[in-house]
Ligand binder design. Structure first.
Ligand code: ZN
Length: 242
């Protein structure tokens, strides 16, 4: 059924969540005993207000990086790139900040990272973008909360932090894609965080088929044309091959 839906589709939007990265060995932040439990997340308001919170923030970020730095894209990420080469992909909307879609080869103009990505560091004052490696080397040399070398502003990974709202332009594009596609494919998202749940709903309301490949139940299972609970890397590569 999945294979048929993909064959019949001309414009596919793929929406990915933590589940696709789990298959690369990256722990879901909600998993038990994870970094999530060892370090309290720091809100953007706390980050701006105190050096102590900035130190805690970077400590957690460094631990997350050390845990996942050897993880690479998997068969699921690569199958999405295959869809792109077949000319069927409208775009990828991802909740993940690990940058694995970029690493797999999804083109930047086909990718909306609605929570940002950890591969880039941004200066909160002047907006200068640095590669992650720049911050990583400074942290390894003992800096606890690096400052921008150009203006002295706070550096932070270019991700949407707790307490920070999503970029309205990025969201607008995501909803636009959802309304223009004829197949909306959810991969590894539980669709419980808004606006995540609303994007596939918009696609379905506009006449697209909705397929959800996620292990757990989601609030949209009832309106999905197809729900699959197997691993993404087990079902998607076979379904996209000609
Ligand atoms: Zn700066």
């Amino acid at each position: 059924m999945l294979k048929q839906y993909i064959r019949e589709a001309q414009s596919i939007v793929v929406f990915t969540g933590a589940g696709i990265s789990t298959e690369s060995g990256i722990n879901d932040y909600r998993s038990q005993g994870g970094i999530w439990e060892r370090f309290q997340p720091v809100t953007i308001q706390e980050f701006m207000a105190s050096q102590n919170h900035r130190r805690l923030y970077w400590k957690r970020k460094l631990a997350l990086y050390e845990e996942s730095k050897n993880a690479g894209p998997n068969a699921g990420h690569r199958a999405i790139v295959t869809l792109e080469r077949q000319g069927k992909l409208k775009g990828v909307i991802t909740q993940n900040i690990d940058g694995l879609h970029r690493v797999a080869g999804t083109l930047p103009d086909k990718l909306l990272e609605i929570h940002g990505n950890s591969l880039e560091i941004i200066c909160l004052l002047c907006g200068e973008i640095w590669p992650w490696q720049h911050a990583y080397e400074r942290l390894k040399q003992g800096e606890e909360a690096p400052l921008c070398l150009k203006c002295g502003g706070y550096l932070k990974p270019n991700t949407v932090s707790f307490g920070q709202s999503l970029d309205p332009l990025v969201l607008e594009m995501a909803f636009g894609w959802a309304q223009e596609c004829d197949l909306f494919l959810v991969l590894g998202s539980t669709l419980v965080v808004e606006p995540a749940a609303s994007i596939p709903r918009a696609a379905k309301q506009n006449g697209a088929r909705l397929v959800i490949i996620t292990r757990s139940d989601t609030p949209l299972d009832d309106i999905a044309d197809l729900k699959i609970t197997q691993a993404i890397g087990e079902v998607l590569p076979g379904a996209v091959s000609e």
